[in-house]
Design a protein around this ligand. Structure first.
Ligand code: XMP
Length: 533
């Protein structure tokens, strides 16, 4: 059993960041809604509890409270932002509510040498006060300390920016230690979970393999498992982990829709079948997909066709495996690479409604339709942890750290109608772009591939005039796209060096006959999206 931290979510946009920081301190934690029952909290048996902030616009939500068990359990508690305010109110202090909020950078003065902030500071004032550079978000603020608490931090506009009851191990800050703008945020959260709550720091991916393997073996027993392998990070790591646990009881189904990157299908087979010796069925369905897509130009229609066919093809294979063939008794489990952010988002306290800009292709609902039990060995992990686990399992770093690739693949990177000829041109142009991005480095020695979050080439079905040798050409255009983003909700176009763009464009035009013009997309999201369709 790992030492555990419980994070109670009051609906902040950044609660997941708290969990990521805690995991970075090698401590296991889970996020649960603020209104869980006292029994749940007792049975979860956390060594410490963190109360999150709340979302910016919910002045009316200031009635939300932490369950009584939080205060009865006798474990350290850290309140962040709204979490601090509810701690103050529930323990006998007071809060000044306001519908006006201020956000931004602030410098906070630390008071009274608390355990949480001891020796943690960004700089000292000439008078010798320790100062912290933090990200603040206040409006509502604690107006008077609850009995037994002392002042831990202050700013001119927020006189009680931090408070502590050291005997009980209760600490609270008005600012957000979980965001990177708070320079010492990781240090504070690590201090809380490791030293104050006393968690041992045993959450390490290399060691986690053994535990995960044991869990999978226990869950699966001698039954058989099917997994849809896409070549993406999550399904690849899930496949490698499950294969480690149950070997040939796992069969991977890799549906090749013909819209993958250059040689990608062969590389996936090479890795899983060739090197890991996993059982992989490759279904070459490119003709089926390209046939169904012929003449279709609307992006959403294209997505629906690709997503629908994908499910059909996968189901047909799964049905065969379910029935059992040649000595196999038939699969009873479907494995999926669901990761923790998917779990938190679908079961969160608040309904986060977002308008559908693009219908993302997914295979949700498949297990029920197939009548299979679900195996999700990555459900507890964040993306960074999945990557670490992948490396620990022996997957190559460039597979595990690769940019995301949309389910519909090149289908949404060829504008309008998809033709086999376009796919071939795009695959070759894109391979050149990615190869050069990996090769080019900035002054610090980092590759431009690693400096960007997602980079790819888009095929534009328009022809433009060019000149090559003595002749006139009349060929297609491609656009290069490279963005930097932390959450893919907003993104900046990457300021790639001109020398790199020049090299890529020179190589594409010279090496890919049929393309005579290369452009670079300088649009950020919003208002543009990352993909062109
Ligand atoms: P947009 O283009 O919406 O992309 O800014 C945000 C992120 O989502 C990916 N994306 C998709 N992923 N199916 C997927 O699995 C899709 O239909 C799809 N459309 C966009 C995109 O690559 C980027 O990472």
């Amino acid at each position: 059993m790992h030492d555990k931290i419980l994070i109670l979510d009051f609906g902040s946009q950044v609660t997941q960041l708290i969990a990521r920081r805690v995991r970075e301190a090698h401590v296991y934690c889970e996020i649960h809604p603020n209104d869980v029952s006292d029994d749940f909290i007792r049975s979860f048996a956390p060594k410490g509890i963190i109360l999150s902030g709340s979302h910016a616009s919910t002045y009316e939500d200031h009635q939300l409270r932490a369950p009584q068990a939080v205060w009865d359990l006798g474990v350290p508690v850290l309140g962040i932002c709204y979490g601090m305010q509810t701690m103050a109110v529930q323990l006998g202090g007071s809060v000044e509510w306001s519908d006006h909020r201020e956000f931004g950078y602030a410098e906070v003065r630390a008071h009274g040498h608390t355990r949480l902030l001891k020796d943690i500071q960004d700089f000292a004032t000439p008078e010798g006060y320790g100062m912290l550079k933090v990200w603040m978000s206040h409006g509502d603020k604690v107006a008077s300390l609850p009995p037994g608490f002392k002042l831990m931090a202050s700013t001119p506009s927020c006189p009680i920016a931090g408070m502590a009851h050291e005997d009980k191990g209760y600490y609270a800050v008005q600012f957000h230690p979980e965001v990177t703008h708070t320079v010492q945020g990781q240090a504070m959260l690590t201090r809380f979970v490791r030293e104050i709550a006393g968690c041992s720091g045993d959450w390490i991916m290399g060691n986690y393999i053994e535990e995960a393997v044991a869990k999978i073996r226990e869950q699966v027993g001698d039954e058989e498992v099917i997994l849809g392998l896409s070549g993406g990070v999550d399904s690849s790591v899930a496949a490698a982990l499950i294969h480690r646990a149950i070997g040939d009881q796992l069969t991977c189904v890799f549906v090749d829709h013909g819209l993958l990157r250059l040689n990608e299908g062969d590389m996936v087979m090479d890795m899983f079948s060739g090197r890991l010796h996993a059982k992989v069925i490759r279904v070459d369905a490119s003709e089926l997909f390209l046939g169904a897509l012929a003449g279709v130009t609307d992006p959403e229609k294209k997505r629906k066709i690709i997503g629908g066919l994908f499910v059909d093809v996968f189901k047909a294979e799964a049905d065969k495996l379910k029935a059992g063939t040649g000595g196999h008794k038939g699969a009873t489990f479907l494995a999926q690479g669901t990761i923790y952010p998917d779990v938190v988002e679908s079961g969160g306290t608040k309904t986060k409604k977002a308008t559908t800009i693009k219908s993302h292709h997914n295979v949700g609902g498949l297990p029920e339709q197939l009548g299979l039990k679900l195996l999700e060995p990555l459900r507890e992990l964040f993306k960074d942890e999945v990557r670490e686990l992948g490396v620990a399992l022996g997957l190559p770093a460039d597979m595990v750290y690769r940019h995301p690739f949309p389910g519909p693949g090149l289908g949404v990177r060829i504008l309008g109608e998809i033709k086999p000829e376009y796919v071939k041109l795009l695959q070759r142009a894109d391979a050149i772009f990615i190869e050069e991005l990996r090769a080019a480095r900035d002054a610090s020695g980092k590759s431009w591939y690693d400096l960007t979050s997602q980079a790819f080439t888009v095929f534009l079905p328009v022809k433009s005039v060019g000149v090559m040798g003595d002749g006139r050409t009349y060929d297609y255009v491609v656009a290069l796209r490279a963005v930097q983003t932390s959450d893919f909700m907003t993104a900046d176009w990457a300021e790639l060096p001109y020398s790199l763009l020049k090299k890529v464009s020179g190589r594409i035009i010279n090496e890919v006959r049929g393309i005579n013009r290369v452009t670079y997309d300088v649009s950020s999201k919003p208002p543009a999206t990352i993909e062109w369709e």
